[in-house]
Design a protein around this ligand. Structure first.
Ligand code: LLP
Length: 419
C-alpha cells in the first residue's frame, strides 16, 4: 500500500497535490512519501516477528538520499553499504556505525580502512583475498574486524539476468562447496573475527522458492561450519524481495517471506541479518514528468516527456516496466509510446502502451520509482541531475536539488595548454 492516490481528480502524494510540487520545483522530479517509507519499514520488520533475533540493514544503493536514510534510521534500521560514499551517507543520516554492514565485491584498501576508522559493525567478505587484506589492515592497527563470508549458493533467482547474483558464474561471494575451507583458513587470521556467513541471490524476486532453496543450503553450511568447530553467531540473508510494478503483479509479501524465513531458520540460534532495499523504497516514490509534445508515429503516437533515460534508467537497461498515470486523468486512454528527449532509441519508458490520455503540458508519473531511480540517474546529454522531494502529510521539502549543467561544468577544467 502506498500514499500516492487521486483526491478530487488530482494525484496526491499524501496530502500534497503533485501539480503543486511540479509548479514549485519543476519537472522531472522524484517525489517520496514519508508515510509510505515508514509503513514499508514497519511491515518488513513485522513480517519477521517470528524469526528470532534480527538486524535490519537498509540497502543504501536502492535510495541513498539523506532524508530517506534518516527516516529509516528513525525506524531502527541500519545500513547495507557497498562503497565508502554510501558508508559516509549512512553515518551522515544518523545510522549507528555498529549497525552498518559493508558489502560489495570490490572493497578497496581505502574503503576497508574507512570502515575500520568508522568502527562499522560488519564486513561481508566476498573472497578469501579480501579477507586476507582486511585481516592485515586490522591486525596492523591492533584491531579485530567483525566479518562474515559471502557465499555463492548457485541458485537461480529467476529474475532478470542483470540483477541475478547467486549463480555459480556470477562474480559474487565464494562458491558454497569451497566455503568451509576458505572459512577455516580465514578464521585463523589475526585481525579478523569471522562470525558468520552471508548470501544474496538477486533482486526483484517474484517467488520465494529460490530464496528457500538458498536459505536451506545456508542452513546445511551453518551446521557443517559448526561441526568443524566454528562459532557462528550471524547469518546475513541479504535482500531481494520483489515489489509489484504492474497493478496485477502480486509478489510474496513481507509476511509470507518472514514465515518462510522463520520456518527454514528454526533452531539456527544466530542473529539473522537482512538487507532490504526495493521492498522498502520502491513503491514509496514516483517520478513526475511533463509532456513536452505529442508526435504522430507509425504504430502509435509518441508522447515526448521531459524525463529521460538518464533520470530513470531501469526501462532502458532492464526493459523494466514503470506504470504511467496522468496527474489529472480525464478517464480517457490512448495507445502511445512514452519517450524522453535523449538521442537514443533506448530512451523509451513505454512502448505502444495503453495509458491515460495526456496532451502537451500535462503532468504524469511513473510509479515504483523510489528504489533504483534517482540513485541511478546521471547527466547524459548534459541534462540536469534530477531533484528529489519528500512529502510528509501536507508539507514537503526538496531533499535533493536539481543540479544544473553549469554546476557540473564548474568542476571541469580546460588545461592551460589547450587555451
Ligand atoms: N544486498 C546486496 C548484497 C545487494 O547486492 C542488493 C542489491 C541488496 C541487498 C538489495 O536488494 P533489494 O532488496 O533492493 O532487491 N539496479 C537494479 C537492482 C540492483 C540490485 C543490486 N543489489 C534495478 O534497478 O532493478
Amino acid at each position: 500500500m502506498d500514499h500516492f492516490q487521486l483526491k478530487d481528480g488530482v494525484l496526491h502524494a499524501e496530502d500534497v497535490a503533485l501539480s503543486d510540487i511540479a509548479e514549485q520545483v519543476g519537472t522531472p522530479v522524484y517525489v517520496y512519501s514519508r508515510a509510505t517509507l515508514e509503513r514499508h519499514a514497519r511491515v518488513f520488520r513485522e513480517g519477521l516477528k517470528d524469526a528470532g533475533k534480527i538486524h535490519l540493514a537498509f540497502a543504501v544503493k536502492s535510495n541513498p538520499n539523506l532524508a530517506v536514510l534518516k527516516i529509516l534510521a528513525n525506524q531502527g534500521y541500519g545500513a547495507d553499504v557497498v562503497s565508502g560514499g554510501e558508508l559516509e551517507r549512512a553515518l551522515a543520516a544518523g545510522m549507528k556505525a555498529d549497525d552498518i554492514v559493508f558489502s560489495g565485491v570490490g572493497k578497496s584498501r581505502a574503503e576497508l580502512t574507512l570502515g575500520l576508522d568508522k568502527g562499522i559493525g560488519q564486513f561481508n567478505l566476498e573472497s578469501e583475498e579480501e579477507g586476507q587484506m582486511l585481516a592485515e589492515i586490522a591486525a596492523s592497527r591492533g584491531e579485530n574486524a567483525s566479518a562474515t563470508l559471502r557465499v555463492n549458493p548457485d541458485v537461480d533467482a529467476g529474475t532478470h539476468a542483470k540483477i541475478s547474483t547467486g549463480k555459480a558464474e556470477n562474480k559474487f561471494g565464494v562458491a558454497i562447496d569451497v566455503a568451509p575451507d576458505i572459512f577455516a583458513r580465514l578464521s585463523k587470521l589475526e585481525g579478523l573475527n569471522l562470525r558468520g556467513v552471508a548470501v544474496h541471490i538477486g533482486s526483484q524476486l517474484q517467488n520465494l522458492d529460490p530464496l528457500e532453496k538458498c536459505y536451506t543450503r545456508m542452513g546445511q553450511l551453518l551446521s557443517d561450519l559448526r561441526s568443524a568447530g566454528h562459532a557462528i553467531t550471524h547469518v546475513d540473508l541479504g535482500g531481494g524481495l520483489g515489489v509489484p510494478y504492474k497493478p496485477e503483479e502480486n509478489p510474496p509479501s513481507p509476511a509470507d517471506y518472514g514465515a518462510m524465513v522463520a520456518r527454514v531458520t528454526e533452531g539456527w540460534d544466530v542473529t539473522l541479518m537482512f538487507e532490504p532495499g526495493r521492498v522498502i523504497a520502491g513503491n514509496s516514490g514516483v517520478m513526475m514528468t511533463q509532456v513536452i509534445r505529442i508526435k504522430p508515429g507509425v504504430n502509435s503516437d509518441f508522447v515526448i516527456v521531459d524525463a529521460a533515460m538518464n533520470d530513470l534508467m531501469r526501462p532502458a537497461i532492464y526493459d523494466a516496466w514503470h506504470h504511467f498515470e496522468a496527474v489529472q486523468p480525464t478517464g480517457d486512454s490512448m495507445t502511445a509510446s512514452i519517450v524522453g528527449p535523449i538521442c537514443e532509441s533506448s530512451d523509451i519508458f513505454a512502448k505502444e502502451r495503453e495509458v491515460d490520455r495526456v496532451q502537451t503540458d500535462d503532468l504524469g508519473i511513473f510509479r515504483t520509482a523510489g528504489a533504483y531511480g534517482a540513485t541511478m540517474a546521471n547527466t547524459y546529454n548534459s541534462r540536469p541531475l534530477v531533484p528529489e522531494v519528500l512529502v510528509d502529510g501536507d508539507k514537503y521539502a526538496v531533499v535533493a536539488e536539481r543540479i544544473e549543467p553549469s554546476t557540473i561544468m564548474a568542476a571541469e577544467h580546460v588545461p592551460d595548454w589547450l587555451k
